[in-house]
Design a protein around this ligand. Structure first.
Ligand code: MG
Length: 368
């Protein structure tokens, strides 16, 4: 394989409804969509899912554009011919960090590679079956009634589990209300690092709500305090923000900081690193699931392909296109039926880019 051209589309997608967490409110998404053209004429698509400010990860859309244009894309041209997408993972090791920028190119290369083999990406990654169970995350709502309504809508669509956002002051009461109305819905709570170890007693009270897991209650880079907390909680802890690499996953496993890990492929630098983490967890009896970052259809399609690997034991945060977007940039749009998404049987990510929609959302097109 050899890369001939890289085009970066900077797009602005308005959300249908604002998404509210302990950290921030997201009402629009600025994303970089990468279009990588190969010598054989195949085109691979990737996405940079960083946010426009560093509220969730250190990287932003602007830092990613800088790193892509100044370091990663020149390195790609310098590399010339290569055999397999794993070469890109190795190539980018010369630069530290900047995982989301790396992932934007690395995933596009995997898509192009699968297309050159004329096979669906999920099969190339080692996934067995082309359908996956999915769940959804519901942001904080203005009142109880609105929250129950949103949960009921998600249950009616068939999502296999629901994730609620909590923070200090919006936690036990919320769970009490939800559980009194919906005692059996599989539930996760995500605290997005909003508690401290001093809140252990409060978090321990969550054990009575039959939660599948509590996601990232403590510091966003912490392992030590989560291990302390896990000793007193019956509910499994899931680490999300802390899992930035293979080494981070090793640390979590060695220290027993969590029983479950959320793998966000863009945060760890792409598909090759995400697969390494999956394999490590499988060897160690740790379950994983695919986290979401309010991606467009391109980012979701990569996430879906990853989630077909058999260590992904819990439904991923991979909602239908229509959850966030009036119109997605892929065709057909991603649909959820009976709590499942059936991946297309087409080469690569399996979806076409809706060039008209891409153009309509586009702010800037950069050629390299
Ligand atoms: Mg999370």
């Amino acid at each position: 394989m050899k890369v001939e051209r890289v085009t970066v589309h900077k797009i602005r997608l308005p959300l249908k409804q604002p998404f509210i967490t302990a950290l921030n409110t997201v009402d629009e998404r600025i994303l970089l969509i990468t279009e990588v053209t190969f010598q054989d004429g195949k085109i691979g698509w990737g996405e940079c899912s960083a946010f426009d400010t560093p509220w969730y990860t250190e990287e932003t859309i602007d830092t990613c554009l800088h790193v892509l244009s100044k370091y990663l894309i020149p390195a790609l041209y310098e590399l010339g011919e290569f055999e397999h997408p794993k070469a890109i993972h190795a190539l980018f090791k010369r630069y530290r960090g900047h995982h989301m920028a790396k992932s934007a190119i690395e995933t596009a290369v995997w898509d192009g590679y699968a297309k050159s083999l004329e096979r669906p990406l999920f099969q190339v990654l080692g996934g067995k079956s082309g359908d996956i169970e999915v769940g959804t995350a519901i942001g904080m709502q203005s009142d109880e009634e609105a929250l129950l309504q949103r949960i009921q809508e998600a249950v009616d669509i068939g999502y296999r589990r629901i994730k609620l956002k909590v923070k200090p002051g919006e936690d036990l009461e919320v769970l009490e209300t939800v559980r009194s109305h919906l005692p059996d819905v599989p539930l996760i709570v995500d605290a997005n690092s909003s508690y401290t170890l001093a809140d252990s007693d409060l978090l321990k009270q969550m054990d009575r709500y039959n939660l599948l897991m509590i996601e990232q209650p403590l510091g966003s880079r912490d392992f030590v305090e989560h291990a302390e907390l896990q000793k007193v909680l019956d509910t499994p802890i899931c680490l999300d923000e802390s899992i930035t690499s293979f080494e981070a996953a090793q640390t979590a496993i060695a220290l027993k900081s969590a029983q479950i890990l959320a793998v966000k492929l863009s945060r760890v630098g792409g598909l090759a690193e995400a697969i390494r983490i999956h394999d490590l967890c499988k060897r160690n009896g740790i379950e994983v699931w695919a986290g979401g970052m309010i991606e467009s259809g391109v980012g979701k399609a990569h996430n879906m392909a990853l989630a077909t690997l058999d260590g992904f034991a819990y439904p991923g945060d991979i909602a239908a296109s229509s959850k966030y977007w009036e119109k997605d940039i892929i065709t057909p749009e991603i649909g959820v039926q009976g709590g499942k998404i059936v991946l297309p049987d087409q080469p690569g990510i399996g979806y076409e880019i809706d060039m008209e929609a891409l153009k309509a959302y586009s702010e800037e097109t950069l050629e390299y």
